[in-house]
Design a protein around this ligand. Structure first.
Ligand code: BES
Ligand code: ZN
Ligand code: ZN
Length: 488
């Protein structure tokens, strides 16, 4: 979808649909020359998410869609994202090729300035129009081809461009998530990374196949892919800023393209949802999709550890002992706790080969986090106060919120092994999500700021938020991480 910035002051060109965002209790601010009947203006209160489609009494717009953003004090970027998503969905239903969206000065002020309003509008329009239809037998062609977006000045234009880049990256991640296991395999991560790396001069990539992983001693990651006919992949991408980098951050994603549980087989009900177990990998790839179009001042590395987890005669068995890249031995008590087994070698790789200041990993790691926090907020386990604060702020900015759960020394001790150094679960103790984080902590290098994000509840199946939600993938993490990186 093409977003074309227009100046707000100008009289609008002829359009089939004019979208106007309204604040509750404030006078409707229509562009020059557009007239609505007094009753239409009076009846529309501007409550959050309310809409009214009007036939203007004069002017250049054939129809006008009023979209309410709610009370002035509660209007923010999230309200506009949702309003824009509602509007674009209506435009699609009406079959309008190029609607015109009008952002008044009052809305700009309430959302936080010209850049913020442009960004939220771009995000809401593009994410709101997202549909996953590529596996339907009849081809779907969206009716809305583009939106003319009227705001003010260079900052609005820049915000709009950035909002679109972020939303496109989010939709890219959602496409990866929504593809089922037979269309999204570990090697597909490699293919997509290659395509992204070609898009920007500041981007590059390398990939490890199973032979290279074995040479590096990644016995834990390899134990997960053992029972699968698909080869595991470790995809490593690098973004270098134009100016001297102010730091080095590694984002690491769980790219488990299908989690059957392995020999510790999962129950059949809802097992299909385990195609989403690659959502952490999709999110970090989405960040690199955005970095092909946006600048940040830090050097960014992403690592996707990608594998299937399948039962087979040669699959890893409960009780098997495997050795990770840092030499630690692990008893695989439950083969369904496989995310931590692939991530731990990813953490060792990042620590030893990338040597970052900060590592942030994203993983659909535990069902327990859904019990603790549900589908609207992700869990974070930061080992540094500053990192936790910065990420929480990014969560508020983007509507991808985070809540800190504890990672205690006692949790780390629960994972001591009987026959090996560690065991991959803490049977019978509860605190399942903290146990997952605690396991990972044993593989993070000294002095590195690290935060584990458990996105098992938020990666799919969240409540409807107009621009995302429902059963399908949410692309959670993409906008969150970019916002974090931009504010460093
Ligand atoms: N991919 C799952 C976690 C998951 C479960 C995400 C349900 C979303 C919904 C992970 O690999 C897993 O199976 N974890 C186990 C850990 C347990 C064996 C300690 C779980 O949560 O049951
Ligand atoms: Zn599992
Ligand atoms: Zn899993």
């Amino acid at each position: 979808m093409k977003l074309s910035p227009k100046e707000r002051a100008a009289r609008i060109a002829r359009t089939d649909l004019l979208i106007v965002f309204a604040i509750k209790g404030k006078k409707l601010d229509l562009p020059e020359g557009v007239e609505l009947a007094a009753a239409a203006k009076k009846d529309f209160g501007g409550s959050f998410r309310s809409t009214r489609l009007c036939d203007p009494t004069g002017g250049t717009a054939k129809r006008v869609l009023l979209v309410g953003l709610g009370d002035n004090k509660s209007v923010d970027a999230e309200a506009l994202r949702r309003g824009a998503a509602i509007a674009v969905k209506q435009a699609e239903k009406l079959g309008i090729a190029t609607p015109h969206a009008h952002v008044s000065e009052a809305v700009e002020k309430a959302v936080g300035g010209a850049f913020a309003v442009g960004c939220a509008l771009g995000e809401g329009l593009v994410m709101g129009a997202y549909k996953f239809t590529e596996l339907k037998s009849t081809k779907y062609t969206p009716k809305v081809k583009g939106v003319n977006c009227a705001g003010e000045g260079a900052k609005f234009k820049k915000g709009l461009r950035e909002g679109k880049a972020l939303a496109d990256a989010n939709c890219f991640a959602r496409d990866l998530q929504n593809r089922p296991g037979n269309f999204m395999k570990p090697t597909d991560f490699t293919k997509h990374a290659r395509a992204i790396a070609k898009k920007g001069k500041q981007l590059s990539m390398t990939v490890l196949n199973e032979k290279k992983m074995a040479d590096l001693g990644m016995g834990s990651l390899l134990s997960v892919s053992e029972g699968s006919s698909e080869e595991a992949q470790l995809v490593h991408m690098v973004y270098k800023p134009k100016k001297k980098a102010t730091g080095r951050v590694c984002i690491l994603g769980k790219g488990l393209t299908f989690d059957s549980g392995g020999i510790s087989l999962k129950p059949g009900a809802r097992m299909d949802e385990m195609k989403f177990d690659m959502s952490g990998g999709a999110a970090v790839m989405g960040v690199f999709h955005a970095l092909a179009n946006l600048d940040v001042n830090v050097e960014v590395h992403c690592v996707v550890v990608a594998s299937e987890n399948m039962p087979a005669h040669n699959a890893t068995k409960p009780g098997d002992i495997v050795t990770a890249m840092n030499g630690k031995t692990i008893e695989v008590i439950n083969t369904d706790a496989e995310g931590r087994l692939i991530l731990c070698d990813g953490l060792c790789y990042a620590t030893k080969k990338i040597k970052p200041d900060t590592i942030i990993d994203l993983a659909t790691l535990t069902g327990a986090v859904v019990v603790a926090l549900g589908h609207e907020i992700s869990a974070m386990f930061p080992n540094s106060k500053k990192l936790g604060k910065d990420l929480a702020k990014a969560g508020e900015n983007t509507g991808e919120r985070l809540w800190e759960l504890p990672l205690l020394d006692e949790h780390k001790k629960q994972l001591k092994g009987v026959y090996g150094d560690l065991r991959n679960i803490n049977s019978g103790q509860g605190n399942g999500s903290s146990a997952g984080a605690a396991f990972l902590s044993h593989f993070v290098g000294e002095g590195i700021d690290w935060c584990h994000l458990d996105i098992a509840g938020t990666a799919w199946g969240s409540l409807n938020r107009d621009y995302r939600g429902g059963k399908t993938g949410t692309g959670v993490g993409v906008r969150l991480l970019i916002n974090y990186l931009q504010n460093l």
